[in-house]
Design a protein around this ligand. Structure first.
Ligand code: URA
Length: 269
């Protein structure tokens, strides 16, 4: 396993490229002692592997390197948690995507149990990591039905960068949209004394949209994500998925500033 061998790379990168998990997720799997290289447990994050010669296993299952990565979008319905398995037996998004056909598929980021909309899945850990990295500013667009009649001026703190318990948010372009938008998304009119707001976030903190709107005293009643970076949900029906086109994958790479092949391993840590 020489350093100069062109097929040598860090184990966590190998796992991410092979679609086991994101780069950070792969590190967690390693430090948990679940990965072996040629039969030996590898917890050291600097461990290098030769993609041609070394036998890498996760939980005793061989990780095969070199399959073409897969990218698909799901229209997530409400009532599913964003995880690939749930020990408590709750319904999870894994039920809705073709995990048999594409092993190693995982969601890029998460949507809450009750949030609907575009959830991207891939086996490409590098692109997933780049898409979620706050420095890449990949915008996610949300439409929220909120309690109370909201004025444009009340959105100003969100546009400026509102303070939450875990620190200030980045400025989030936001606007009030017509109640017709609610009907298009949720197939029913907005209830009386409510408003519909569109917000664009380039970061992804837990319950961020709900917390931001709660902070300006307009609790979220329903939340939907029609767009993730350059991708639009379009007419995809709730609970269904489709593979991305080559053109969409290209636009996603451009948005995340990732070239093919991804070469900035050291730059992200
Ligand atoms: N913000 C939230 O509050 N929930 C989501 O599901 C996504 C963004």
């Amino acid at each position: 396993m020489s350093e100069s061998h062109p097929h040598t790379m860090r184990l966590q990168r190998f796992l991410a490229r092979a679609g086991v998990a994101s780069r950070r997720g792969s590190e967690a799997i390693m430090t948990a002692g679940r990965v072996t290289v040629n039969g030996r447990v590898a917890t050291e994050l600097g461990t290098k592997v030769d993609t041609d010669l070394d036998v890498v296993e996760v939980d005793g299952k061989r990780v095969v390197w070199g399959d073409t990565p897969v990218y698909l979008m799901l229209h997530k319905p409400a009532g599913f948690i964003t995880t690939m398995s749930d020990p408590q037996g709750r319904r999870c998004v894994a039920e809705l995507v073709p995990t048999e056909r594409y092993p190693g598929l995982f969601p890029v980021g998460r949507l809450d149990y009750d949030t609907t909309g575009l959830l991207l899945f891939t086996t490409d850990g590098d692109l997933a990591q780049a898409l979620l990295h706050p420095s890449r500013h990949v915008a996610k667009r949300y439409v929220a039905l909120v309690d109370g009649v909201m004025t444009d001026a009340e959105l100003e703190p969100l546009r400026q960068g509102i303070m939450l318990d875990d620190g200030p948010c980045k400025p989030a372009p936001s606007r009030i949209v017509s109640a017709r938008a609610a009907r298009r998304i949720w197939s029913e009119p907005a209830p009386p004394h409510s408003s519909v707001v569109e917000i664009e976030l380039s970061e992804g903190r837990k319950n961020q949209v709900k917390r931001m709107l709660g902070r300006v005293h307009h609790p979220v009643l329903r939340l939907h994500r029609p767009a993730f970076g350059p991708l639009e949900l379009g007419q995809l029906k709730p609970g269904t998925w489709r593979c991305l086109t080559e053109e969409e994958i290209g636009r996603l790479r451009a948005a995340a500033d990732v070239r093919e092949p991804y070469t900035s391993e050291e730059g992200t840590r």
